[in-house]
Design a protein around this ligand. Structure first.
Ligand SMILES: Nc1ncnc2c1ncn2[C@@H]1O[C@H](COP(=O)(O)OP(=O)(O)OP(=O)(O)O)[C@@H](O)[C@H]1O
Ligand SMILES: [Mg+2]
Length: 365
């Protein structure tokens, strides 16, 4: 539905040349909710603006549906208003001098050929119903709450009934609670309308909860693309692992490769760590492993399965409400374990540290 092929954008700014996008390839399927996730300045907004026709790429080709909207080689660019897209900006870009109705009607009034007035009324009404703003038509737009303004921006993006909708950090102006509620609402609405969405964010929780697929961007490039579960469980680099949640890292050497159900073994500063066949590594390879804190299990001596578990020492505990974060010394290095607050642990005491083979990710970079 959305095809981006070898997209490149170079800006000529007062600080010299900036390669904001350096060969991005994306293929979003019809009806898919696709998220671009990355730190500030990695090129997310620039990529989105190229799709919308608000930025001219230095290289590459973009298709929306069956239409080629940009092709640098052929010198072809279709203007924004002729692209089959709706867009929601970070700032909402709501017109403060217009009512709720007129804000949503705006894209239709701009459309050519002209949309008849009766149709405008019907479509605006339907869009406002969908975002649960029916009844607010005549209210001046600034007199809406933050969450309502966000929904108004959404209504304006869907009123054109375009097949593709682009979001640039649309929830970042909302407070934490409203943001959490709106995330799923927004995803459901997009899915119900059958739209294809490209959603830009630097918030890992947003990406994980909303997306069908996530692409992590760094310095103008996509460094990993996968489903939220895959990208969380099998990050391919230290950058991705630490950008998406917290992670423990250790360097090591593979002393035995995994074979079928037989786990492999890596020698690390924590001691020997076992890994399963999903993590592909050859004997003798120097690797970095990543283990999430919630996958580090602390088992007291004498409890089931505690035999054969390497012993560590609890150095520090931090109470976080829903969990306790424990820093544990294991072998010659430390790692962080996140445990249930009911589990008794004592600073200075020895404890078994269990890492299951399936929870060990092996990083390529
Ligand atoms: N018009 C411009 N002229 C010069 N440089 C630009 C321009 N627009 C963006 N850049 C630069 O391009 C890079 C990518 O910017 P972009 O806005 O795409 O980042 P982003 O990933 O959206 O970041 P954020 O999360 O902060 O919004 C940055 O280094 C930025 O300074
Ligand atoms: Mg941006």
């Amino acid at each position: 539905m959305i095809g981006i092929h070898d997209l490149r954008v170079r800006f000529d700014s007062d600080k010299g040349l900036v390669d904001a996008v350096q060969g991005v390839n994306i293929d979003v399927k019809p009806g898919e909710f696709y998220t671009l996730l990355g730190p500030s300045g990695c090129g997310k907004t620039t990529t989105l603006r190229c799709l919308a026709g608000l930025e001219t790429p230095t290289g590459g080709r973009i298709t929306i549906g069956d239409t080629v909207v940009h092709d640098t080689k052929r010198g072809l660019t279709i203007p924004t208003h002729k692209r089959d897209i709706g867009m929601v900006f970070q700032s909402y870009a709501i017109w403060p001098h217009l009512t709720v109705f007129e804000n949503v009607a705006f894209p239709l009034r701009e459309a050519r050929p002209k949309v008849p007035e009766a149709q405008i009324e019907a479509r605006v009404g339907k869009a406002l119903e969908l975002v649960q703003l029916g009844g607010y038509e005549s209210r001046p737009a600034p007199f809406l709450s933050g969450g309502q303004q966000q929904r108004l921006a959404l209504a304006r993006a869907i009123v054109r009934e375009a097949s593709v909708v682009l979001f640039d950090e649309p929830l970042s102006n909302l407070d934490a609670k409203l943001r959490a509620e709106t995330r799923l609402e927004l995803r459901h609405l997009v899915k119900r309308l059958g739209m294809t969405a490209l959603y830009v964010t630097h918030d890992q929780t947003e990406a994980l909860t909303m997306a069908d697929r996530v692409a992590v961007m760094r310095d103008g490039r996509i460094v990993q693309e996968a489903t939220p579960t895959e990208i969380y469980k099998r990050p391919n680099s230290r950058f991705v692992a630490s950008f998406i949640g917290q992670c423990n890292f250790a360097d090591g050497t593979v002393t035995a490769a995994a074979r079928g159900a037989e786990p492999g073994l890596i020698d690390t500063a924590w001691g020997p760590v076992r890994f399963d066949a999903a993590a592909d590594a050859a004997t003798g390879a120097k690797v970095t492993i990543a283990v999430r804190p919630e996958n580090v299990r602390l088992v007291a001596n004498g409890t089931d399965g505690a035999a054969d578990v390497p012993q560590g020492e609890v150095i520090d505990t931090v109470f976080l409400g829903e969990s306790v974060e424990c820093r544990v010394r294991l072998g010659n290095s430390d790692l962080v374990a996140r445990i249930h607050p009911d589990q008794p642990v004592e600073e200075g005491k020895a404890i078994g540290v269990m890492i299951r083979p399936k929870d060990v990710a092996i990083l390529s970079t």
